[in-house]
Design a protein around this ligand. Structure first.
Ligand code: AGP
Length: 625
C-alpha cells in the first residue's frame, strides 16, 4: 500500500505535505514525491528511497512554494522503486498531476490505447496511465474558463473528468488530483483504498489515514467506495460516481498528534511495545461487568439471543492478526465450547468452505484495510453470514462494512511489525469469549477468575518491561544466529508463531514456530549448537511434558532460552537462559508471554542494524491481493 496527502488552503503546502508523508511512511517507503501548484505550473520533486534520504533533501535543495499540492510515499506494485516510477505522475499535457494508492488492473490495455495515439510515458507504473486517462477526459470536456466553477449541482470540471475516467478503470484506487487550470481545487476519489477528508478552517486535506493530518485537524470525513470529493480552501463536496452528491458525516479522530509521534523512543515499534500496559487497559475499559462476571460491548449489533444461537465461529485474518485468531480459537472453545475454524483470509476467500447458517464470521485486522481480509468479509456477507470485525482503525473499510464489531482503541500503530495491536486483539477476544461463555455454561466464579486475571495484565506487563535491558543483553548474545525455533503448547503455540514472525520480519533471521511436541516429527533435525530455541514453558498442566521436549533439544546441543513463570527456579539448570514472567491463567498467559518475544526480536534487529520500523519488502497494511 502507499500513502497519499493533499492540501489546499492558505499555508505553504510543501512542509505540510512532507510532514504528512512522514506520518504515512509506514504504509510504504520505496520512494516519495510531491507536486505543488505554483503560478499555474506544477512543480514536482520526487525521489527513490525513504523520505529523509531522498525527497526531504531534494526539497531542501530546491524548495517549492504554493498553497495547494499533493504528496505520495510508495510501496511499489507496478514498476520497481525508481525516481521515474515515484509519484506524482502527470498527464500528457503536463497540466494534471495524480497520486494513487491501489492497483489499476486494466492499465495495460489503456496504455496500449494511449501509445497507439502517440502518448509518451516516463514510467512503468499503472498510475501514470490513470493520469493520462484523466487528462484525456478533461480535454474532452473543453472547459471554457468561467473561473473554473460549474453550474450549481454540477460536478466541478476536474471532478467530472475524474469521474468519467474512473468509469473506465478496473481495480482499486485512492487518488488525489490537481490541475493547473484550477489553482484552488483538489479532487479525491476512492474505491478499495482508504481516503479521508481532513476538514480545516480555511484549508482542507486529503489523506490515506488520519495520522497524516491529525496535527492540523481532528475533524474528518471517511470517504466510501465510489465517493468523489472536491476540495477548496473554504469548502468540500462529496459526489458519488454515477450519481449526485452524497450525505457526509464529519467524525472526530479519537487520538491526538502525539500518539502518531515517536516521542523519546528510537523506533515506533519500541514505543508501541511500551504502550501495551495502557493499550490493554484501553481494550478492557468499559467492557467488564463485574456484577455479572461477564463482558459487554457497544457495537456488536447482535442481541444476546443471536449470540447464543451461534453454533460455530470462523475467524478470518492475516499475519499477526491470524495468530491472535488462533488464540481466539482456544478461548472460544474453552470458555464457550463453540467450535472454531481459523482461516488465512487469502485462502478462505477462494475456498468453498461448508459453513452452516448459524456460523459467526469474525474478521481480525489492525488496519481495517487488508485486501484479503476485506475479501473474506465480503464473501461471508455475500453468503448471508453475520460478520463482526475486531479492528483498530476507526472508520476503516472493514470496520464500516462489517455488521458490527469491536474497536481496539490502541491508537495508531505505526511500526510495520504489529505489537500493541496483537495484545489488544487477544484482550478483546478474551472478553468476547467470556461473554459467549457466560451466556452459555461458564460459571460466575470462572468468569470472575478470568476478569481478575485480565485486570492484572497491565501491571504484569509493566513488570516485564522492567526487564528490557536484560532482554537486550540476551538479544546481543543471540543476534548472530541465522535460524531460530519458537516452541509452545496449546495457548502458547500461537505465541510461538507470533514470536517467530516478529523476529523474521524485522531482523530477517529465519525463524519457525511449532507446537513443542511437534519437533520430534521432523523439525528437530534442524537443531544444532548454532540454532537457538525459545521455549514457552509456563508452570501449567503440561509443564512436565514441555520439559521433556526441552530435554530433547538439549540432548542435541541446541541453545535454549526458556520463558518461565517467575516462581520456577529449577528450569535454569536445563537451559542456557531464562526469562521469567508473572504467573497467570493459561488462557491469559499469551498476553504476557508475547512481550519478551517482541523485545527480543526488536533488540536483535537493532543489533543487526536493521530498519525496525520499515523492514525491507514490507508495508504496514497489505491493501493489494
Ligand atoms: C504483523 O507484524 C505484520 N506486519 C502483518 O502480518 C500484519 O499482521 C498483517 O498484514 C495483517 O494486517 P492487519 O491486521 O492490518 O489486517
Amino acid at each position: 500500500m502507499c500513502g497519499i496527502v493533499g492540501y489546499v488552503g492558505r499555508q505553504q503546502a510543501s512542509p505540510i505535505i512532507l510532514e504528512g508523508l512522514r506520518r504515512l511512511e509506514y504504509r510504504g517507503y520505496d520512494s516519495a514525491g510531491v507536486t505543488i501548484l505554483h503560478e499555474a505550473r506544477l512543480e514536482t520533486r520526487k525521489k527513490k528511497g525513504k523520505i529523509d534520504d531522498g525527497l526531504a533533501k531534494l526539497l531542501g535543495a530546491r524548495p517549492v512554494s504554493g498553497i495547494i499540492g499533493l504528496g505520495h510515499t510508495r510501496w511499489a506494485t507496478h514498476g520497481p522503486p525508481t525516481d521515474e516510477n515515484s509519484h506524482p505522475h502527470l498527464d500528457r499535457s503536463g497540466r494534471i498531476a495524480v497520486v494513487h494508492n491501489g492497483v489499476i488492473e486494466n492499465y495495460d490495455r489503456l496504455k496500449e490505447r494511449f501509445l497507439a495515439a502517440g502518448h509518451e510515458f516516463h514510467s512503468s507504473t499503472d498510475t501514470e496511465v490513470l493520469a493520462h486517462l484523466i487528462g484525456e477526459h478533461y480535454a474532452k470536456l473543453n472547459v471554457t474558463f468561467t473561473n473554473g466553477t460549474s453550474p450549481p449541482g454540477e460536478p466541478h470540471p476536474l471532478a467530472q473528468a475524474v469521474m468519467n475516467a474512473l468509469k473506465e478503470v478496473i481495480g482499486t484506487y485512492g487518488i488525489a488530483v490537481v490541475c493547473t487550470d484550477f489553482p484552488d481545487v483538489i479532487v479525491g476519489a476512492r474505491r478499495g483504498s482508504p481516503l479521508i477528508i481532513g476538514v480545516g478552517e480555511g484549508e482542507n486535506f486529503l489523506a490515506s489515514d488520519a495520522s497524516a493530518i491529525v496535527a492540523h485537524t481532528r475533524q474528518v470525513v471517511y470517504l466510501n467506495d465510489y465517493d468523489v470529493a472536491t476540495l477548496t480552501p473554504e469548502n468540500f463536496k462529496v459526489s458519488r460516481l454515477g450519481s449526485d452528491t452524497t450525505q457526509v458525516q464529519i467524525s472526530r479522530i479519537e487520538f491526538d498528534a502525539q500518539a502518531a509521534e515517536r516521542g523519546k523512543f528510537p523506533h515506533f515499534m519500541l514505543k508501541e511495545i511500551f504502550e501495551q500496559p495502557r493499550t490493554v487497559e484501553n481494550a478492557l475499559r468499559g467492557r467488564i461487568d463485574h456484577d455479572e462476571a461477564t463482558a459487554k460491548f457497544g457495537g456488536l449489533n447482535m442481541s444476546i439471543a443471536e449470540l447464543r444461537s451461534i453454533r460455530q465461529i470462523v475467524i478470518c485474518a492475516c499475519g499477526t492478526s491470524w495468530h491472535a485468531g488462533l488464540i481466539g480459537e482456544f478461548l472460544f472453545e474453552e470458555f464457550a465450547h463453540i467450535p472454531v475454524e481459523v482461516e488465512y483470509a487469502s485462502e478462505f476467500r477462494y475456498r468453498n468452505a461448508p459453513i452452516e447458517h448459524d456460523t459467526l464470521v469474525l474478521v481480525i485486522t489492525q488496519s481495517g484495510e487488508t485486501a484479503d481480509t476485506l475479501a473474506g468479509l465480503r464473501e461471508s456477507r455475500r453468503r448471508g453470514h453475520k460478520v463482526l470485525a475486531i479492528c483498530n482503525v476507526v472508520g476503516s473499510t472493514i470496520a464500516r462494512e462489517a455488521d458490527g464489531g469491536i474497536y481496539l482503541h490502541a491508537g495508531p500503530e505505526i511500526g510495520v511489525a504489529s505489537t500493541k495491536a496483537f495484545t489488544s486483539q487477544v484482550t478483546v477476544l478474551t472478553l468476547l469469549a467470556l461473554l459467549m461463555g457466560r451466556i452459555r455454561m461458564l460459571s460466575t466464579s470462572r468468569g470472575t477468575q478470568i476478569i481478575h486475571a485480565l485486570e492484572a495484565v497491565p501491571q504484569q506487563l509493566e513488570k516485564i518491561l522492567a526487564q528490557n535491558d536484560r532482554i537486550k543483553q540476551l538479544a546481543l548474545k543471540y543476534s548472530h544466529a541465522e535460524d531460530f525455533f519458537f516452541l509452545g503448547r496449546q495457548y502458547n503455540f500461537p505465541v510461538a508463531l507470533e514470536g517467530a514472525l516478529k523476529l523474521k520480519e524485522i531482523s530477517y533471521i529465519h525463524a519457525e514456530g511449532y507446537p513443542a511436541a511437534e519437533m520430534k516429527h521432523g523439525p528437530i533435525a534442524m537443531i544444532d549448537e548454532k540454532t537457538p530455541t525459545v521455549f514457552l514453558a509456563p508452570t501449567d498442566a503440561l509443564y512436565d511434558k514441555t520439559l521433556s521436549n526441552l530435554q530433547e533439544i538439549r540432548a542435541r546441543k541446541g541453545p535454549i532460552i526458556a520463558l518461565a513463570t517467575e516462581d520456577n527456579t529449577r528450569i535454569a539448570a536445563h537451559v542456557d537462559d531464562v526469562i521469567h514472567v508473572p504467573g497467570t491463567l493459561e488462557a491469559v498467559f499469551p498476553l504476557l508471554a508475547i512481550l519478551p518475544l517482541q523485545l527480543l526480536a526488536y533488540h536483535i534487529a537493532v543489533a543487526r542494524g536493521c530498519d525496525v520500523d520499515k523492514p525491507r519488502n514490507l508495508a504496514k497494511s497489505v491493501t493489494v491481493e
